[in-house]
Write a protein that binds this ligand. Structure first.
Ligand code: B12
Length: 221
C-alpha cells in the first residue's frame, strides 16, 4: 500500500520534471501492481498542472507543453493497450468535442475512452469544433447530451456561443450540456451549461442517470 502511494507521488514529480523515462517506468510498475489506470492518469494530470504553472511563470516554454502532451499520449497508449473497447448499443449517442479556438484534447480523449469503455456510443467531433457542428451532430444522432471540453480562456466564449446555438436550434430543452477541462462553477454560469466537471470518472454515472431519469439540474459533479 505504501509503495503504491509512493509510486503515485513520484509520478506527479516525474511528470512535472518532464522525465518521460521515469513516468513510463512508474506507470508500468503501477499497472503491474494493480493500481487503477485512471488513478495513475490522474496523478499524471496533476503533474501536467505543475507543467502549466511553470509555463505561466515563464520557467517552461511551449516546447515543454508539447513534451507534456507527448508523454501523456504515450501513457494513454500504454494504459489502453490491454483494455478492450466494449461494444456500444444501449444508450443514445453522446456528442463530444473541444470547442472552437481550442485544440487541447488529452482530457477529452481520456473521458471519451472511459465512456466508451462503459458502453456509451460517442460521437467525437475532435478539436476546434464550431458550434454549428455540435448542433448538426445533436440532430444527426438524436442525442440528448453534449459534452464540451475547453482549457483556454477563449474556450469559455466558444462554449457560451455553442450553447446559444443549441438554444436557437430549438434543442436546448431536451439537451443536457456538460462542460469539462479548466472550468468551474463561474464558467458554468457564464456559459449556461447544466453541469461542469474536472473529474472524468464521474461523468459516466451522470450521463447514465440523465439518460435514465431525464433529470436536468445545474450543478458540478
Ligand atoms: C499539454 C498542454 C498543451 C498541449 C495540448 C496537446 C493536446 N493534444 O491536448 C499544446 C502544446 C498543444 C498546448 C497548446 C497551448 N496551450 Co496548453 N497546456 C497544456 C497543459 C500543460 C496540460 C493540459 C492537459 O492535457 N492536461 C491533462 C488532461 C488530462 O487534463 P484536462 O484536459 O483538464 O482533462 C481532465 C478533466 O478536465 C476532464 N475533462 C476534460 N474534458 C472534459 C469534458 C467533460 C464533458 C468532462 C465531464 C470532463 C472532462 O477529464 C480529464 C481527466 O480528469 C495545460 C496546463 C494545465 N494546467 O492544464 C496547458 C494550458 C491549458 N495551455 C495553455 C496555453 C496558454 C496554451 C497555448 C495558448 C500556448 C501558446 N502560446 O500557443 C496553446 C493553445 C492552443 C489552442 N488554440 O488551443 C494555458 C491556458 C491558459 C488560459 N487560461 O488560457 C495552460 C493552462 C498552461 C498555463 N498555465 O498557462 N497546450
Amino acid at each position: 500500500m505504501r509503495l503504491m502511494l509512493k509510486i503515485q507521488k513520484m509520478l506527479v514529480c516525474a511528470m512535472a520534471r518532464l522525465d518521460d523515462v521515469t513516468v513510463m517506468n512508474l506507470v508500468k510498475q503501477g499497472l503491474e501492481m494493480g493500481i487503477n489506470p485512471y488513478v495513475l492518469l490522474e496523478e499524471i494530470r496533476l503533474g501536467t498542472d505543475r507543467v502549466g504553472e511553470l509555463y505561466s511563470k515563464g520557467e517552461y516554454f511551449l516546447s515543454d507543453l508539447i513534451m507534456a502532451s507527448e508523454i501523456f499520449k504515450d501513457v494513454l497508449a500504454l494504459v489502453n493497450q490491454d483494455r478492450v473497447v466494449r461494444a456500444i448499443t444501449s444508450y443514445p449517442t453522446v456528442v463530444f468535442g473541444t470547442v472552437a479556438e481550442d485544440i487541447h484534447d488529452i482530457g477529452k480523449n481520456i473521458t471519451t475512452g472511459i465512456m466508451r469503455y462503459n458502453g456509451f456510443d460517442i460521437c467525437d467531433l475532435g478539436v476546434n469544433v464550431p458550434g454549428e457542428k455540435f448542433v448538426e451532430a445533436l440532430k444527426l444522432h438524436n442525442s440528448r447530451i453534449v459534452c464540451l471540453t475547453g482549457l483556454i480562456t477563449e474556450a469559455f466564449d466558444s462554449m457560451k456561443n455553442t450553447i446559444q446555438m443549441v438554444e436557437e436550434s430549438g434543442l436546448r430543452s431536451q439537451t443536457t450540456v456538460i462542460i469539462g477541462g479548466l472550468v468551474n462553477e463561474s464558467v458554468r454560469k457564464y456559459t449556461g451549461a447544466d453541469y461542469w466537471a474536472t473529474d472524468c470518472t464521474k461523468v459516466t454515472e451522470l450521463c447514465r442517470s440523465i439518460l435514465v431519469t431525464k433529470k436536468k439540474m445545474a450543478q458540478s459533479l
